[in-house]
Design a protein around this ligand. Sequence first.
Ligand code: PPE
Length: 320
Amino acid sequence: MVEKLKSIWMDGKLVDWDDAQVHVLTHTLHYGLGAFEGIRSYELADGRSAVFRLREHVRRLADSCHIAQMQLPYAQDALAAACKETLAANGLKAGYIRPVAYIGAGVMGVHPQDNPVRVFIATWKWGAYLGEEALKKGIRAKISSYTRFQPNSIMTRAKLCGNYATGILAKREAKSLGFDEAIMLDSDGFCAEGSGENLFIDRDGRIKTTPLTCVLPGITRDTVLRLAQDAGLPVEEQRFSRDELYIADEAFFTGTAAEVTPIREVDGRAIGKGEPGPVVKRIQEAFFAVVQGRNPKYSGWLDPYEVGGAPSKKPARARA
Ligand code: PPE
C-alpha cells in the first residue's frame, strides 16, 4: 500500500493528497494513452538527498509524449523542479517519483485532438521493488506466455500507460505460479525483458543485454552498461535466447524500482550456482555507490534537493 503523504503536484501546483482527483471521463482512463515515469531519489552518504538521473527521466517523459502526440504543457526544467518540489513538500529524503502525463476529459472516442494534456507528480516511499531479500539472494523468474510487443504494434521506446496491461498480465501469471517475476520473449522468441525491468546475463565474464529493439530504453540499463565498462567487464547489446539465459553464469534485472536485482532461477533451472554471483554483486556495489553519491565520477547524475529546510552542505553540483 502506498502510504498517504501530504501533497501531490497537479497541473502546476501542489494540492492536498486527498484533493488529487481526476474525473471519470479522463480520456487516458478509458483508452490508456498516457505517459509516465518512475524516478528514485536517494539519501546520499553525506546526508543530503538527490534525485538520480532526473534530467534523463524527464527527457524520456517528453519523448514518450512526443511519440504519443501529446503536447506536454510544461518545459522539462519546470517538470524537473516540480519533482524536487514534491519530494520536499512530502518530507521525503529518499523516495519514488511518479510523474504522469495524461489526456484529460473532452471528447470521447479515439481522436482526442483538443482534450487537454494534464500532468501530475506523485511521490511515495518505495523500498526494494521485489523485496529486500531479492536484492541479496536473487529472485525466481518464469518465461512468460505473453510476448513482448512487436515494435510496430505498441511504441516500445515510449513509457506509455497502456503498454503496462501486458506487463500486469505477465506478472500475475508468474506470481500465480509461484514465481517472483516474468520474463517476456520478443516476437522472434528472444529474451526481451521483465514486466518492469531490463534483463542482463553474463557467461564467462561477458555481459549481454537485450538491444533496444522492443524493450524500454531503461535508464538503469544505461547506468549499468557504463558501470560495467568502467569495471573493465566486456558488455554487448545482443539478443539471446531462453536457453542461453538458462545456461548463463548469472542473470539480473535492472530498473528504477528494481535497481539491480539478481535472478537465481528461471523456469526451475538454477542460474549458475543458484545465488548471486561475483559480476552482479560487483555491479550492485557500483550502482549503490553511484546513487548514494560515493562515486565522484557520476556526481553529475545526482540532482540534490533539500527537505524541511535542512542546510545544504555543498552547492548544487554541475551535471556531467
Ligand atoms: N522495462 C520496463 C517494462 C519497465 O517498466 C522499466 C521501469 C524498465 C524496463 C527499466 O527502466 P528504468 O527504470 O529507466 O531503468 N519500470 C518502472 C515502473 C515499475 C512499476 O511497477 O511501476 C520503474 O522501475 O520505475
